[in-house]
Design a protein around this ligand. Structure first.
Ligand SMILES: Cc1ncc(COP(=O)(O)O)c(C=O)c1O
Length: 326
């Protein structure tokens, strides 16, 4: 018989899928690392499991313990799968900007969810960063995951996502493009691919309202770059330790409108029902066009599933209200 010992054994080994219509103007092959095939429907299952396993081995997470994390939903889902299988309680702290579906899904998985305001400074006691930290201190036998600074986040991608891309492309990958939030995906995959071939270019997709691109180009953390934006999952108002700026060759910024429009286009022109950061990522690939040559193999990673965005980017009334439909 062939079966997985638990749902956790089905994490990883996701397919690589050719993008056809949306990238027709590019001279090269563009392949999507299609992470919705993970059991929690996002790439985050990989790092959630790795962070928990490492915390168990380091003695930070003990039997019967409570896992506390600030998460927009996908990491929470990955943590929920692992917490359920391994017998831990999970508390997720999120912001009021995240889609209702994401919060409902976490509750459906048995997680306690606290919703905090988006529009406050990271060190404000009401922010979701501060709230998660405080809960982890107040609750006995609790462990604060901190996906932003936890090195197991990028390690997960160095050990699984990166090697899969290298093997699936038989070492022919020339460019890796991905949205950046905590930085775990770009840093882990980028570090692995560059260890195999230092000529591979690693490109980050950023949002307007986030600090990454300017910091990478100038070394300046410019608070003027920070303002609320609509794109979900990418961009930050902090510099997470998981973003390894040295392995990133460049950033491109995608507007909220383009990210939303391309999320719809992926579904309607490629049959790829994906989340908002996938729309940003594919538009980022198109914006980076001048860097690609005929024989290049560009891999773009798509983080999560479209079902979490049906009331937003897939809802034309919402799109019209934002001024995203012409
Ligand atoms: C939908 C989505 N896209 C992109 C990202 C960014 O990935 P990373 O945190 O590995 O940089 C996240 C992370 O939260 C996400 O949830």
């Amino acid at each position: 018989m062939e079966y997985a010992k638990s749902i956790l054994d089905t994490i990883g080994n996701t397919p690589l899928v050719k993008i056809n219509r949306l990238t027709a103007e590019l001279p090269c092959l563009v392949l999507a690392k299609y992470e919705t095939f993970n059991p929690g429907n996002s790439v985050k299952d990989r790092m959630a499991l790795k962070m928990i396993e490492d915390a168990e081995s380091n003695g930070l997470l003990k039997p019967g313990g409570t896992i506390v994390e600030g998460t927009s939903g996908n990491t929470g889902m990955g943590l929920a799968l692992a917490a359920t299988v391994k017998g831990y309680k999970l508390i997720c702290v999120t912001t009021d900007k995240q889609s209702k579906e994401k919060v409902d899904i976490l509750k459906a998985m048995g997680s306690e969810v606290h919703v905090c305001p988006t529009d406050v400074e990271p060190d404000d006691p009401k922010s979701y960063y501060s709230t998660a930290r405080r809960l982890a201190q107040e609750i006995p036998n609790a462990w604060y995951v901190n996906q932003y600074d936890n090195p197991s986040n990028s390690k997960a991608h160095f050990e699984s996502t990166g090697p899969e891309i290298w093997e699936q492309t038989q070492g022919t990958v020339t460019h890796f493009v991905v949205g950046v939030g905590t930085g775990g995906t770009i840093s882990g995959v980028g570090r692995y691919l560059k260890s195999k071939n230092p000529n591979i270019k690693v490109w980050g997709v950023d949002t307007y309202g986030s600090v990454f691109k300017k910091y990478h180009e100038t070394g300046i953390f410019d608070k003027n770059e920070i303002y609320p934006y609509i794109t979900e999952g990418i961009g930050e108002d902090i510099l997470p330790k998981n973003v390894d700026f040295n392995i990133i060759d460049g950033f491109t910024k995608v507007t909220d409108k383009d990210a939303a429009v391309y999320t719809q286009r992926l579904a309607r022109e490629e049959g790829m029902f994906l989340g908002n950061s996938a729309g940003a990522a594919i538009k980022g690939v198109l914006q980076l066009k001048e860097h690609f040559r005929k024989d290049d193999v560009v891999v773009v990673l798509f983080h999560d599933h479209g079902s979490r965005y049906v009331a937003k980017m897939f809802n034309d009334e919402w799109m019209r209200k934002q001024g995203f439909l012409d």
